[in-house]
Design a protein around this ligand. Structure first.
Ligand SMILES: Cc1cc2nc3c(=O)[nH]c(=O)nc-3n(C[C@H](O)[C@H](O)[C@H](O)COP(=O)(O)OP(=O)(O)OC[C@H]3O[C@@H](n4cnc5c(N)ncnc54)[C@H](O)[C@@H]3O)c2cc1C
Length: 341
């Protein structure tokens, strides 16, 4: 049995960002991931400048594909306009591998199945033991399943289902396009060019609403394929197969830490409420959990944005609305519980 100060389950952006901070402060850290890296991760690969800042990545020094957009091309119900903003695209295949390799932790290709708490330690599959345990295993994280699911059942209405394909393609339109609420999709579809001949296209939306419309995400994917072909934006899909995945947007999460176990990133369901951005909140939660382990602060989500920072004034307004909504909900719950007593 190998013993570590901290065991991190999952080597995506959440796991590797947390590991980097812990190893830098001298903690003996292991990252366990069922996949061998570099691995495929379904994701459009859009990252904000804040994410790169948080990860100490200077865009011009990043050694893999990184594209910068100075505006986004937005389409809503037939209207098209540009939003000025600086955003980036990366390939997760490269990005996650880069982050994991530089994090300084011991990395194991291991599918975590069984976790137990014994005598104040976490035992993982009778192979690893740790004083602290971090659940960074995404939507299907075994740490979430073992210690947090009963405490934080996931909010079905916040589940996003997405379908996408990333493939080598010599794109001729270098702009990043987003189409909102097309064909009654409760979400949006995207066309994200990557540097040096890669392209990512996909559709995503609220799973519950798609079901209640008796609709299907694969149908929306086919509609996107037809549209891009009709617009001559994509003429050859290289017979690649698109794939689906689901993850959760931010909801009221009661427990993020239980004894010395934590959940971060998608394991906690932290994607933003407007654009489903998950990498930023994954990295931010990772840093906060590492701070908490190093004894500096409590682990709380208060400082993590619930909306994507494309326009700071818009985010501020949306977060103001969210806070008011949450306060109203809390007041209703307090009244109900007072009445019940
Ligand atoms: C189609 C799609 C498009 C998206 N586009 C964007 C985007 O453009 N920008 C953005 O910010 N966000 C996007 N997201 C969300 C984003 O991908 C996630 O929020 C982000 O990857 C979360 O990072 P994470 O480290 O928490 O989890 P992940 O990146 O999912 O990493 C979890 C890791 O845990 C490992 N793991 C799982 N189970 C086990 C186990 N039992 N044992 C060991 N290891 C395990 C997995 O192999 C994986 O490597 C998108 C999501 C989807 C589905």
């Amino acid at each position: 049995m190998r013993h570590y100060d901290v065991i991190i389950v999952g080597g995506g952006p959440a796991g590797s960002a947390c590991a980097a901070q812990l190893t830098a402060s001298g903690m003996k850290t292991a990252v366990l991931d069922l996949a061998e890296f570099p691995r495929l991760k379904l994701c459009a690969g859009w990252v904000t400048p804040e994410v790169l800042d948080d990860l100490d990545i200077e865009p011009k020094h990043y050694p893999y594909r990184l594209n910068t957009f100075e505006k986004l091309r937005i389409h809503i119900k037939g209207l098209t306009f540009n939003v000025k903003t600086t955003q980036h695209s990366i390939r997760r295949f490269e990005f996650d591998n880069f982050l994991l390799n530089r994090c300084g932790a011991d990395i194991f290709n291991h599918n975590v199945k069984n976790i137990q708490r014994q005598n104040g330690k976490y035992l993982v599959d009778d192979r690893f033991s740790g004083d602290f345990l971090i659940g960074a295993g995404g939507t299907r994280c075994p740490v979430y399943r073992t210690f947090f699911r009963a405490l934080n059942p996931r909010a079905k209405e916040r589940q996003i289902v997405a379908y996408e394909l990333e493939f080598p393609y010599e794109w001729s339109d270098p702009r990043c396009h987003l189409w909102f609420i097309e064909n009654n999709l409760p979400g949006y579809s995207w066309y994200v060019p990557k540097k040096n001949g890669y392209l990512n296209c996909g559709v995503g939306g609220f799973s519950d609403k798609i079901k209640s419309n008796e609709d299907d995400i694969k149908k929306h994917w086919k509609q996107l394929v037809h549209k891009l072909e009709n617009l001559s934006m994509v003429t050859d899909w290289r017979s690649g197969d698109a794939h689906g995945y689901s993850y959760f947007m931010r909801s009221n999460i009661d427990t993020l830490r239980s004894d010395n176990a934590f959940i971060i990133g998608d394991a906690a369901g932290l994607a933003t409420l407007d654009l489903g951005e998950g990498i930023g909140p994954a990295v931010q939660s990772a840093r906060l959990a590492a701070d908490a382990i190093m004894g500096e602060t409590e682990y709380s989500l208060n400082t993590i944005h619930a909306y994507s920072p494309i326009k700071p004034w818009l985010r501020k307004w949306l977060e103001g609305r969210l806070t008011k909504k949450m306060l109203r909900k809390k007041r209703r719950e307090d009244i109900n519980s007072a009445v019940a007593h």
